[in-house]
Design a protein around this ligand. Sequence first.
Ligand code: HEC
Length: 104
Amino acid sequence: MWLALPLVAVLTMPPRYPDIEPMFANKCASCHDARKSANEKAQRVFEMSSYPFATGRPDTLLRDLRKGVLTRNFTEDERRALLAWLDAGALDASGNPPAWRPKG
Ligand code: HEC
């Protein structure tokens, strides 16, 4: 009976960046990844060649990502996955939150 516990732990773990990285790679990297483009305007907002992202907007990036989700071309499933990741604290691969701070 207790053998089942580790599986439950895995299934209920909060999402981490590697869980959503593929959809960022598919839909955002063409502008926000310095390895794929030289879009300085996009990469000032966030640059996704590593996570936590380099960002010129540490105060507002998480809020902007949440807002931006509504206007970019994510599918409904992807949008839900991104919001779940944001709600869990935008954790990195090790389960740590980024140093970015919400404003105020
Ligand atoms: C075609 C290029 C392109 C793609 C693809 C793209 N972005 Fe951007 N994005 C930009 C540019 C350029 C800016 C900066 C706009 C500015 O500074 O006025 C930006 C800004 C943003 C911002 C800040 C918006 C704000 O309120 O200022 C967010 C958040 C963002 N992008 C998220 C995303 C996400 C998430 C994806 C993938 C789903 C994505 N972007 C895909 C070009 C792109």
